[in-house]
Structure formats: structure tokens, C-alpha cells
Design a binder for this molecule. Structure first.
Ligand code: ZN
Length: 425
């Protein structure tokens, strides 16, 4: 295809018409030329707005007199036969009596986009399916920052379209972020199984900002919230959504109990080793999970329990407490706790005694589980996804990128550009 200056040949006109159909370009727009650049593996498609006609105002649709043209812009479209396909056009501006001088809409792209809506929709699908942004960048043959921009635009679109008017049970949870001791806090819609928002930090101010991302009328309709036993989340909830019932997350409780058992084990293991007794070697996960691969342990689990080790006693307190969650009512839960607690306090196992005191101080929120059986298992479940997002570490210096990617992958947002922008589709 020769580069044209004036009149296209019949063959060239046919090629231009073919691209017009392919791209769904219609009056008042027209494909006037398609330049195939073999060396660059590229097709450049020149599109023109009807030179004589009026221009529709993008805001009111009124046909208005033409004002001028913008400089030539270009948009990347879906590749055709592995050729990078570029649309080039000068976009007319019109003088609308109501809206002033405005740039006409381009049916193939969003107002400020550098890609056609089809390319952008395809890119969103590729990013969703990719293991990392780097992989998506390679597949789409764009640079990494462009991918990040596509993610941000997709999330913006999704947040604008998102409905939150039925959010009534939420979870607040923290995650580590970046290197070192940085944290983010997340709010999740528990029945909707989606992340609602992410903010930096994990103190009361962070949790308040998280609550404020929910529209105020919606905040008032939240009936219950699952949180850990830190004061930050409870304090912020009492301020921002005082009507919401606080339910302490059972996974955090079992984490505290597991840590206490492990503390007892480490201490006892150290003492036993000094006496030449290696019974507790390789047993860490045995006490945490109640089962583990055989490994090179000296004794079976029942043999260990029979030795009346401190670790075994700590383990019994932890295991017994797991039955708390199976109680049928608040009254039954309270009764169960009144039996578990004194035994734990008398255990002479400092870590266990300490957790028992913490649980007692938070008893109301623990018993609320029987009124609203909610947990943050959902955020725990997001862990593998969030870890994958973190593992692709580039650009994570910026919190905004991290937030966008969590919302992109875990927000259940409607991310694609509106393909109806294009009149033929
Ligand atoms: Zn107008």
C-alpha cells in the first residue's frame, strides 16, 4: 500500500473501507488511508471527521458549528495479524451555544485514552489473567507503567459504577505492605465477598479513614463488623459506626492461642535440650495444626501428650477453646467461657494466662459472634492473591499502585470500558 497524498486508487479505497468496517467506524468519521509499515510490523489507519458537516457536542449531542481541530492524536487498537494497529486522527472541536468550545467524542476511545476501547477492554482481561503486571506488559507489548495506568483507569471506572447500598456486614483487617513494618488496612464487604477499600497504616486514624470511604448513609446501615482485638479498629468503629455490633474475629483469637502454645513450646524445648532431651524437636506444626508430616520426631503425638509436657497442657487449653465457637447461644458461650477461663488462669503457663486475660477483657465482642457469626476468613482467603500482588514487587513503593491492584483483583469491580461507546457494537 503506497503512502497517499491525494487521490486513493480503487484498491487503496477498498482497503480503507475494509478497515472502516473492521473498526466499526461510521459517518461522520471515515477511514481515509491505511499505511502498512512492514519493517515496523505496524498498520497506521488515518481517520477523518467529515470536513463539511457540523460537529456533535459531546455533552448535549447538539449539532454545532466546527471551531477548529486538535493536533493529530493516535490510539493503539487491537493487533491485526500481529501488526500493531494505530489509529490516527485530528479531532474537531465545536462551538456549542451551551457548552462553549469542546472537543468532539471519538467513538473508538474514551476522551483522554491512548488506546481504543477494544484494546483497553482486552488489556483488562489480559491483566486479570496474568500472574504479574510484568507478564501482562510482555503479552500486550506495552511498557510496565502503561499497564499500571490501565489498572488505575479500570479501577476508577469500577469504583464509579460500584453499588454499595446493600453493604451491611463488613470486616476490617490489616496486611503488611512493602518491606519492613509498613501496614495497610482493608475494609471488606463480607456477604459480597469483596474488598471495598484499602488505606495506609493500621491505627485509629487509618481505620477512621477506611470507614469514611463508605458513604455516610451506608455507614449507618452497617449492622456488624468483624475486627481483631486491637483498640484501633474498635475505637474507630465506635466513632464512625456506633450502631455496628463489634464481633472479634475468631481467626485472630486462634492466632493468639497458637502463638501462646508456641511460646510455651520454645521455652520448654530449650530447657529439655539442656537436659539432653530432644522430644520436642520438629514438633512446632504438630501443636499448631494438630497434625503434621511424620518428619524425624522421636515420639508420636500420643506419646508426647502422655508425658505431661507443659506444651501438651498449653495445647489442651487451646484445643478446648475452639469448642467455644460451636456453642449454640450467647448464654451457652458465656457458660463455656466461665469454665474455660479459670482453668486457663490456673494453668501456670504464662503465655496462656495472658491470652485468657485478653479474651476476658474482650468477652462481649467474642460473644457477639453468636448473634452475628461473621469472621475475616475472607481477607485471610485473599492472602494468597494479595501475596501474589506483593510478589510482583516493582512499583510497590507507591501505595496508590498497591491499592489499585488489590481493588483490581479483589474488588469485584466492573472494570472494562464501555464498548457501546462504539456505535456498531
Ligand atoms: Zn453542548
Amino acid at each position: 500500500m503506497a503512502h497517499l497524498t491525494n487521490k486513493p486508487s480503487a484498491a487503496e479505497a477498498a482497503v480503507a473501507a475494509h478497515y472502516g468496517l473492521l473498526l466499526g467506524i461510521q459517518t461522520p468519521w471515515q477511514v481515509v488511508r491505511a499505511d502498512l509499515k512492514l519493517q515496523e510490523k505496524k498498520v497506521e489507519i488515518a481517520v477523518e471527521h467529515d470536513r463539511a458537516g457540523q460537529v456533535a457536542c459531546p455533552q448535549c449531542g447538539r449539532a454545532c458549528p466546527r471551531y477548529d481541530h486538535t493536533a493529530e492524536r493516535q490510539w493503539r487498537h487491537l493487533d491485526v495479524m500481529q501488526f500493531t494497529t494505530i489509529i490516527r486522527a485530528r479531532v474537531p472541536r465545536c462551538q456549542c451555544p451551551e457548552h462553549g468550545v469542546v472537543t468532539a467524542a471519538t467513538p473508538w476511545a474514551e476522551p483522554s485514552g491512548r488506546f481504543t476501547v477494544f484494546f483497553e477492554a482486552f488489556a483488562v482481561n489480559v491483566i486479570e489473567a496474568s500472574r504479574s503486571l510484568t507478564q501482562a506488559a510482555e503479552l500486550l507489548r506495552v511498557d510496565w507503567h502503561t499497564i499500571q495506568e490501565i489498572v488505575h483507569r479500570a479501577v476508577e471506572r469500577g469504583l464509579l459504577r460500584r453499588q454499595t447500598d446493600r453493604v451491611d456486614q463488613v470486616g476490617l483487617d490489616e496486611k503488611s505492605f512493602g518491606r519492613g513494618q509498613n501496614y495497610v488496612s482493608l475494609m471488606t464487604d463480607l456477604p459480597g465477598r469483596r474488598v471495598l477499600d484499602v488505606v495506609e497504616g493500621r491505627d485509629t486514624a487509618s481505620a477512621l479513614r477506611l470507614w469514611q470511604t463508605l458513604p455516610e448513609d451506608q455507614r449507618k446501615k452497617v449492622t456488624a463488623v468483624a475486627i481483631d482485638m486491637s483498640d484501633a479498629f474498635a475505637g474507630a468503629t465506635r466513632q464512625a459506626a456506633p450502631q455496628a455490633v463489634i464481633v472479634y474475629d475468631k481467626f485472630h483469637v486462634s492466632k493468639y492461642l497458637n502463638e501462646a502454645v508456641d511460646k510455651v513450646r520454645r521455652e520448654e524445648h530449650r530447657k529439655l535440650l539442656q537436659q539432653g532431651d530432644a522430644s520436642l524437636t520438629s514438633t512446632k506444626y504438630l501443636w499448631l495444626q494438630g497434625a503434621s508430616p511424620e518428619g524425624d520426631r522421636a515420639l508420636s503425638f500420643s506419646e508426647l501428650c502422655a508425658r505431661n509436657l507443659k506444651t501438651a497442657r498449653a495445647w489442651v487449653h487451646k484445643e478446648t477453646f475452639s469448642e467455644f465457637w460451636a456453642q449454640p447461644s450467647v448464654a451457652a458461650g458465656r457458660k463455656f467461657f466461665s469454665q474455660w477461663f479459670p482453668a486457663a488462669r490456673r494453668s501456670k503457663l504464662e503465655p496462656i494466662k495472658k491470652v485468657a486475660a485478653t479474651l476476658k477483657a474482650h468477652l462481649t465482642g467474642l460473644l457477639n459472634y453468636f448473634l452475628h457469626p461473621i469472621t475475616n476468613a475472607l481477607t485471610e482467603g485473599f492472602n494468597s492473591k494479595v501475596q501474589a500482588i506483593k510478589a510482583d514487587a516493582r512499583g510497590f513503593r507507591r501505595f496508590a499502585n498497591y491499592r489499585a491492584r488489590i481493588l483490581f483483583h479483589c474488588g469485584k469491580l466492573d472494570l472494562s470500558p464501555d464498548l457501546r461507546l462504539n456505535p456498531t457494537h
